[in-house]
Write a protein that binds this ligand. Structure first.
Ligand SMILES: Cc1cc2nc3c(=O)[nH]c(=O)nc-3n(C[C@H](O)[C@H](O)[C@H](O)COP(=O)(O)O)c2cc1C
Length: 329
């Protein structure tokens, strides 16, 4: 399997998620078998101007292929950001045409680009002209039900040089409501013979199989279900290939959660890292409970409030360790 000549080991990818798919999560997911992992969206102008948060979001050390997702609505900034991402090691530049957030669409970026396909195409052309690495596009089904124009945008994007298309099976107006419509993605499949990724509400291998069958896509992308379970993407990919996924033991999951925490603090500094890590730690704790560990509200409170890394680590070990009697059985 390959995308624009880049070898891909698995058909399941980790979705870009702002505030979530930091480089540490992506490294763990990639190591555990995700085919592609995509950075959080990076605002093009901020990245080019040297904003520190944008730089951290675009960090790619230890993941291959390194995919940076850019957001923006100005061809100049998008092209410059693509150039900078490539110079910093990106193997693929993805363009965000799916983000529904008002602060993004208000600036005519993200899914707002689906309301002006001519402009969307100028952005793709700017990125393609700026870099040698493949440019890809992630979109929704359309802005709303009256304008489900993903097939047209995909066709035009590919004509402008995009090498892979990802479609989240919802419209912008749906935000995250309802259920992703995998069958609607089949209309994008019918628009041409390009690598196609289907996304939305894939939680396990069975979902992934159904999603691929209904959409006709080549790959699936997993977002929210991987929070607290970055190994899930590789497990789904293995199952799609008919391989028995290597299941992690509880101590191995604990070790990955600790690694995630410690590396975030090293990357972001303690003050920022402690806060950023909370959503991950809560999700790791929830996953442990879902697997049978005893819930422990006091330790969970420490995860979500303590500013002291040693105290947080102690609570994490307690929540995720073999002390969970039911899970250890
Ligand atoms: C917290 C959060 C942040 C997201 N940030 C991005 C982003 O930066 N870029 C993007 O293309 N999509 C983003 N998305 C959308 C996801 O990539 C994905 O399309 C969506 O969550 C549907 O997939 P899922 O049901 O597997 O989560 C985000 C989603 C969530 C929940």
């Amino acid at each position: 399997m390959n995308i624009a000549g880049i070898p891909i080991e698995s058909r399941a990818f980790l979705a870009p998620m702002s505030g979530v798919t930091d480089i540490v999560m992506r490294r763990i997911a990639a190591r555990r078998g995700a085919g592609i992992v995509v950075s959080e969206m990076v605002a093009s102008d901020e990245f080019v101007r040297g904003n520190e948060e944008a730089r951290i979001r675009a960090e790619g050390e230890g993941v291959s292929p390194h995919v940076v997702q850019l957001a923006g609505c100005d061809p100049h900034w998008l092209g410059e950001a693509a150039r900078l991402a490539e110079a910093n090691g990106a193997a693929v530049v993805d363009i965000n045409m799916g983000c529904p957030a008002k602060k993004v669409t208000g600036g005519w970026a993200g899914s707002a680009l689906m309301r002006d396909l001519d402009h969307a195409v100028t952005l793709i052309e700017a990125a393609v002209a700026a870099v040698k690495v493949p440019v890809t596009v992630k979109m929704r089904l359309g802005w709303d039900d009256a304008s489900r124009n993903a097939p047209e945008l995909a066709r035009r994007a590919v004509a402008a040089g995009a090498r892979m298309i990802t479609v989240h099976g919802r419209t912008r107006q749906q935000f995250y409501k309802g259920k992703a419509d995998w069958r609607a993605i089949a209309a994008v499949r019918a628009a041409g013979d390009f690598p196609l990724v289907a996304n939305g509400d894939v939680h396990d291998a069975e979902d992934a199989r159904t999603c691929l069958e209904h959409s006709g896509a080549d790959f699936v992308m997993v977002g929210r279900a991987a929070l607290g379970r970055p190994w899930l993407v590789g497990e789904i990919g293995a199952a799609l290939d008919g391989r028995e996924p290597e299941r992690l033991t509880r101590p191995e999951k604990l070790a990955l959660a600790c690694e995630h925490y410690e590396e975030l603090l090293a990357l972001m500094g303690v003050a920022h890292g402690v806060r950023h890590a909370r959503k991950h730690l809560a999700a790791y704790a929830d996953e442990a409970v879902a697997e049978g560990c005893e819930p422990d509200p006091e330790r969970r409170r420490i995860l979500l409030t303590s500013e002291d890394p040693r105290q947080v680590m102690g609570a994490l070990r307690g929540l995720l360790s073999n002390e969970c009697s039911r899970a250890a059985a």
